[in-house]
Design a protein around this ligand. Sequence first.
Ligand code: MN
Length: 252
Amino acid sequence: MIDFHCHLDLYPDPHAVVRECVAKGMYVLSVTTTPSAWHGTTALSGESPRIRTALGLHPQLVHQRKSELPLFERLLPEARYVGEVGLDGTPEFRASWREQELVFERVLAACRKAGGRVMSVHSRHAASAVLDQLSSQPNAGTAVLHWFSGRRAELKRATDAGCWFSVGVAMLSSKSGRALTADMPRDRVLTESDGPFAQCSGRPSVPWDVSSAIELLADVWGVPPTSVRDTLNANLRRLSSLSNGMGPRSAG
Ligand code: MN
């Protein structure tokens, strides 16, 4: 099972969640919301090679944490993955919109200079602006748009731009989310929990809730769950090899 967007460090008992992930043999991308969380969150994964930590600066925290941008840039050489980064255009965060744009631009520029990264990207009410930025810095790496909720035309644009997508139970439980998922290229889809923020059955989502996402994906794709698992595993292998090709050595 694959959870390509989870906030492991934000669970009340992160070690218990990590132990369960390891016991289940899960692959997890452990995203962070601030650069200052990087070292502590990296330590959580211990010696588990299937748990990867991503360096992030969440758009909803930019108004408080933009001063950590230099720290992001300093830590980036250590980080194979980036996230959670992006833009949030909901009214609640509109006051920081301009700052969010500047920070995301700097994040992408840093990734570009570092030879590219696989990035877990937030684009709530901001899909077009996120795609504008990604297209202006194509060498920043490969974006995995998490919980994509844009319009159909924006999905088409993201697909044409080479973006990947991570989908979870909450998204697959809504009609609009299922319609978007049906239009995504199947060879660029991964599962996610977005725990503990996202809810599943009325409680904070946990990484192994992706088993329900697999069932829902099977329904959307009209194939058996075992075939969904095979597709997702092949996708992760391909994305990992893309990630291995990034970094200073491939920057040329
Ligand atoms: Mn998240």
